[in-house]
Design a protein around this ligand. Structure first.
Ligand code: ASP
Length: 334
């Protein structure tokens, strides 16, 4: 009798372990720092390595939060702040120059559980625009604040403002000078040889242990942009979107096309109304609809099961993800 009881309690224990493991809520984090015309033979390995390292660092910063039971919002925020602080990316430090020689940044994030969102656009002094976007979501009745008003609000919320010289990087400046001299319109950043260019926007999407999805995007926009131009990144439904019942999306590419195609929401809508899985929905929008309209770029995303999605119609996209196995996986080329 005693023996039977022991066997039964062991099996019960094993049963519970199995239940916990098979029903454990997946957690995942996926990030990007831009799509573009990037080919291995023209892109120096040393530069690629710098990008890989920073992406890994950002992944681990966000994943650490998820692993400790933190929220997807905290995870994407941490990953994006880290990328904004790096001069490698076109967001925060390293933002591209406008036609007027300034740096004007846009950022947004969205909470898939509540469908609350926050965004800032055209800000010139906020060190971490994504933090300001989060403050708009958490501490104002609004979704998007722009320019001076956004900066005043950020300052009131104790968010760090810096002198505009903080955003200067030699790379962005040189690129802007050249674009300006050649009289070129808005464009991505040129890197490597043979006109290798990329859109250097950064973004992150996470799924946490509570089953909540959050997405965020931060950018300096496009080099040589004029007249207070705002791209897709801070536009909810275009460059950024999250909804627990479908997916979270962050985009990078030629913003005007992404706005007109309402890219991020279109992917979510294809999942919601047509029952498409996240990869098919994204490929339909990026590789068909957007491409046919002449729009270049890509998206990253996650669904509520933690399925990771990348889709781009350019030659490459800097992207990375991490899941429960805790191995950061970084990709650049197709
Ligand atoms: N989508 C951004 C914009 O148009 C640019 C980028 O992805 O780098 O502002």
């Amino acid at each position: 009798m005693k023996r039977i009881f022991r066997v039964t309690s062991t099996s019960l224990y094993l049963y519970f372990v199995a239940v916990v493991f098979t029903h454990a809520q997946p957690v995942a984090l996926v990030i990007h720092d831009g799509a573009g015309n990037i080919e291995k033979q023209y892109f120096p390995d040393t530069i690629a390595q710098q990008y890989r390292q920073k992406l890994e660092e950002a992944l681990l910063a966000g994943y650490d939060i998820l692993q400790r039971g933190g929220t997807s919002m905290d995870a994407i925020h941490a990953a994006i702040v880290l990328m904004e602080d790096s001069p490698l990316f076109n967001a925060g430090k390293g933002a591209v120059f406008t036609h007027a020689g300034t740096n004007e940044m846009d950022a947004a994030l969205m909470d898939g559980a509540t469908l609350k969102a926050g965004a800032v656009a055209g800000v010139k002094h906020i060190k971490n625009p994504i933090s300001a976007a989060r403050a708009v979501m958490d501490h104002s009745p609004h979704v998007m604040l722009t320019g001076k008003g956004a900066e005043e609000f950020a300052q009131q919320r104790g968010i760090l403002l810096v002198d505009s010289s903080y955003f200067y990087t030699e790379k962005s400046y040189r690129h802007w000078k050249k674009a300006n001299m050649d009289g070129r319109r808005e464009e991505g950043i040129y890197l490597g040889r043979n006109n290798q260019y990329k859109f250097g926007t950064v973004g992150a999407v996470a799924l946490d242990i509570h089953g909540n999805i959050a997405a965020g995007t931060s950018t300096g926009g496009m080099t040589n942009k004029r007249y207070g131009r705002v791209g897709d990144s801070p536009i909810i439904g275009a460059g950024t979107y999250a909804n627990n019942s479908t997916c979270g999306i962050s985009a990078t590419g030629h913003g005007e096309y992404f706005i007109r195609s309402v890219v991020a929401y279109d992917i979510s809508a294809l999942m919601e109304y047509k029952g498409l899985d996240i990869q098919s929905a994204a490929d339909r929008v990026i590789k068909q609809k957007l491409k046919e309209r002449g729009g270049e770029g890509g998206v990253i995303g996650l669904d509520k099961q933690g399925n990771v999605m990348f889709s781009f119609n350019t030659k490459g996209m800097f992207r990375a993800y991490i899941k429960e196995d805790q191995i950061p996986r970084v990709f650049i080329y197709e």
